[in-house]
Design a binder for this molecule. Structure first.
Ligand SMILES: [Zn+2]
Ligand SMILES: [Zn+2]
Length: 408
């Protein structure tokens, strides 16, 4: 049985390569690179793929790459990892701590990259042995955090001819050895909002002669999210949260301008489409009540990642086969944004949550300087991605009888 054989082949492969993969991850972790600056990371990946006999194609900007394994005939399944780090200080005390001030792999993309590298090396071996029933497109995507890297990959034909795409993300709330799955939306839309306000300033002794701009800005900060929650279906969970506010320089002077920045997150695609106009009209009504001018810059971010049901089944089937029964756990839709969503607007696929918490260990959070993973998750990720690619290749497109019998 190919299922049992596959598990044994993965065990043998990982017995030889797991330590090397952990070392690869630690090297990336020590040398994090921000969005669209992942030159060293891209070179490291390219070197390893080339050494395995593959032909990586670096994207024109020099960050991120695409590489095919297997023959052109038959179905094509894509596996995607994001490779960029975050502009955060690494706060861990570990030997593989970031050596770059203000940059840290705090979203686990070093793990995703390493998982896809391990998967690539395994699939390259399978292809040589004639066991790959189609083609696997490896996508090492730059700049997920910007976001924008997915669009860069797509602009260069990254998913043309691809039948189905899979990706995963570290989940520090799930134990290592488990995989969180959900059909339908699994992440949320995330946009950016910048509000600029202006009005005549003056002495704090005479607010009535000014627009009392700080007071008015404070009203915008509290009124806008409150009014939104009354104007939108609560099931869409549209939420505006401020992250930065700035106005004034002295305690006794009313400034004549100010700025507030925040994010707008949303579970539902319909509410997401309506959000900019609604926020603009609410902003104008609050601003006019206090006699100030307000303008907004609304930057569209990513739509929600909407997992295709059939692809989720493939992931689940593959994970149970190589991680064991009970490895698949349900997961909830998060309010985080993820640019994998853009691939899924064009082709079917699914995004999974890879457990990275040590059983009974600390529960970290992503986007924190303390974030770290149980590195056993790397081998788990390789098992899942490799098995998913093989499962999907056998189920996508016209089935070859030799392949079907091989997987039976
Ligand atoms: Zn992130
Ligand atoms: Zn991430």
């Amino acid at each position: 049985m190919r299922g049992r054989e596959l598990r044994g082949e993965l065990d043998a492969f990982l017995a030889e390569t797991e330590l090397d993969l952990v070392a690869f991850r630690r090297d990336l972790h020590m040398h994090p690179e921000l969005a669209f600056a992942e030159y060293r990371t891209t070179q490291r990946i390219a070197e390893r793929l080339t050494a395995a006999g593959l032909s990586p194609q670096v994207l024109p900007r020099g960050t991120g790459l695409i590489c095919d394994v297997g023959s052109g005939d038959g179905p094509t399944v894509a596996l995607r990892a994001d490779i960029d780090a975050l502009p955060l200080q690494d706060e861990k005390d570990v030997p593989y701590r970031s050596t770059v001030a203000g940059a840290c792999h705090a979203c686990g993309h070093d793990v995703h990259t390493t998982v896809l590298l391990g998967t690539s090396l395994f699939l390259a071996q399978q292809a040589v042995a004639g066991l790959l029933p189609g083609r696997v497109r490896l996508i090492f995507q730059p700049a997920e955090e910007l976001p924008g890297g997915a669009l860069e990959v797509m602009a260069h034909g990254g998913i043309s001819g691809v039948d189905r795409i899979f990706g995963l993300h570290c989940d520090p709330r799930v134990d290592v050895g488990q995989l969180g799955l959900r059909a339908g939306p699994i992440t949320s839309a995330c946009d950016r909002l910048v509000v600029r306000v202006s009005g005549p300033g003056g002495h704090t002794a005479r607010p009535h002669l000014t627009a009392d701009l700080v007071f008015a800005l404070a009203k915008i900060l509290t009124e806008l999210p409150a009014a939104l929650s009354r104007r939108v279906d609560p099931r869409s969970s549209l939420s505006l949260v401020w992250g930065r506010v700035e106005a004034g320089t002295a305690a006794n002077a009313i400034p004549d301008d100010g700025v507030a920045e925040g994010t707008v997150r949303c579970l539902d695609e319909e509410a997401w489409h309506a959000a900019p106009d609604l926020i603009k009209s609410l902003l104008e009504s609050v601003a006019s009540a206090y006699g100030i001018e307000a303008t907004m810059d609304y930057t569209r971010g990513v739509p929600p990642v909407v997992n295709d049901e059939v692809s989720v089944e493939m992931l689940g089937e593959a994970a149970e086969r190589v991680l064991g029964a009970g490895a698949v756990v349900p997961t909830q839709q998060s309010l985080g944004g993820e640019d994998f969503a853009w691939y899924l607007e064009s082709i079917p696929g699914a995004f999974a949550r890879l457990g990275t918490r040590s059983p009974d260990g600390v529960t970290y959070d992503i986007h924190q300087g303390t974030f770290d993973v149980d590195e056993k998750a790397i081998a788990m990720g390789v098992r899942v991605m490799a098995a998913t690619a093989l499962t999907a290749l056998c189920e996508v497109g016209p089935l070859d009888s030799t392949v079907t019998s091989a997987l039976a």
